[in-house]
Design a protein around this ligand. Structure first.
Ligand code: SF4
Length: 358
């Protein structure tokens, strides 16, 4: 494979940390063939790599670790968790971690903050598990907000599939798996445009949710992602290539001028996007959630982001099951924000159905 420029921008892999079984597998070997100059470091478990997964102390090296490191592991326990918001089920991960570095992202919290991409190499077991799970569900008995007919599986909860596809064929294999499953669909949200995906022939069985927010927010918060213009420019092409394309309006950040900027974004979508997209479009709205530990880490490398993300006068804290303090907009601000954005959608993009707002 010739490395395309998006790969080079995000990934210049110098080290691959690998569990022995993952390294020996065909998928592990495929990843290595894409980064032939990388040094291989064998590790007993993808969960225990202290030099990568330490967190706050590595702030200055955070992005470098994401760029220069990959991890290969084997996904041990396979299960599909019920969801009910963006999907009916969360599929077992085929990767976790991310080479991008959005300031609000919760993905790094699971393995410390310098969290490069871990690829799970036992993709055949994962797709076999998924086929069995889909078959056990039978036909969806009634429409819900997720989808009128199909059981929808989120395949990208812990990573960004468009970037994962630069590293291995796991995403191609998932798209191919769902192509053959008439009662189910794959789905993932993304902030990256990988045009290789246009050749995957999903035949309507994969839903891509392009994440959008006003340009000013994205420039400040969506570090290393594709620009909002690139994402918008990809939408019609993905529809034409056979994807269902929805929008993930997230995170909605309440700040001075947010309503005006969201209205501008929606008007732009109305003006620039084609009828085939609009006819099948839907969106989800997700208001910002943040986290005290992440706030403190961000102060060390990107304090400007915290000017808009950390707004104690608008936010309330709640301790999570893992003992962290998560922060979200107070109920009244959240309710008003959601309502205002829904009003803006009704006024500017009446073709855009809101699947859910949270
Ligand atoms: S692209 Fe997604 S997974 Fe990656 S850092 Fe941004 S929010 Fe997190």
């Amino acid at each position: 494979m010739t490395l395309s420029s998006p790969t080079t921008r995000l990934l210049q892999v110098r080290s691959v940390y690998a569990e022995p079984e993952a390294l020996a597998s065909p998928r592990g070997q495929q990843v290595l063939s894409r980064f032939p100059d990388a040094e291989i470091v064998e590790v007993p478990s993808h969960w225990q790599i202290p030099e990568l997964h330490g967190n706050a102390g590595k702030v200055d090296r955070w992005v470098r670790v994401k760029t220069e490191t990959l991890v290969l592991g084997v996904k041990k326990s396979l299960s599909a968790r019920p969801n009910g918001r963006s999907s009916d089920f969360i599929a077992p991960s085929t990767s976790n971690g991310c080479a991008m570095a959005c300031a609000y992202c919760y993905v790094p919290r699971r393995k410390g903050y310098a969290n490069p991409i871990t690829v799970f190499t036992n993709i055949d077991k994962i797709t076999k598990y998924l086929r069995g799970h889909v078959s056990r569900q039978g036909v969806k008995p009634e429409p819900d907000q997720v989808d009128p007919h199909a059981w929808v599986y989120d395949i990208g909860e812990n990573s960004d599939c468009s970037v994962d596809a630069l590293v291995s064929d796991n995403v191609a294999d998932l798209v191919a798996t769902f192509r053959e499953l008439p009662t189910a669909k794959a789905s993932f949200a993304t902030k990256f445009v990988n045009r290789d995906l246009l050749g995957y022939d999903p035949q309507g069985r994969t839903r891509v949710r392009f994440s959008l927010m006003p340009d000013d927010d994205a420039k400040l918060l969506d570090i290393r992602t594709s620009s909002i213009s690139e994402r918008i420019a990809a939408i019609d092409d993905f529809v034409e290539a056979g994807y269902e394309v929805h929008l993930n309006l997230s995170p909605v950040v309440l700040r001075e001028g947010w309503e005006r900027d969201w209205a501008d974004l929606l008007q732009r979508l109305d003006g620039e996007l084609g009828a085939p997209f609009k006819e099948q479009a839907a969106c989800e709205i997700i208001m910002l959630t943040h986290n005290q530990d992440l706030h403190e880490v961000n102060l060390g490398w990107h304090p400007k982001a915290e000017d808009v993300l950390w707004r104690p006068e608008l936010q309330q804290a709640k301790r999570s099951q893992t003992g962290m303090w998560n922060v979200r907009y107070r109920n009244n601000h959240k309710r008003e924000g959601v309502q205002r954005l829904q009003d803006l959608i009704a006024a500017n993009t009446p073709w855009l159905r809101v699947r859910y707002a949270f």
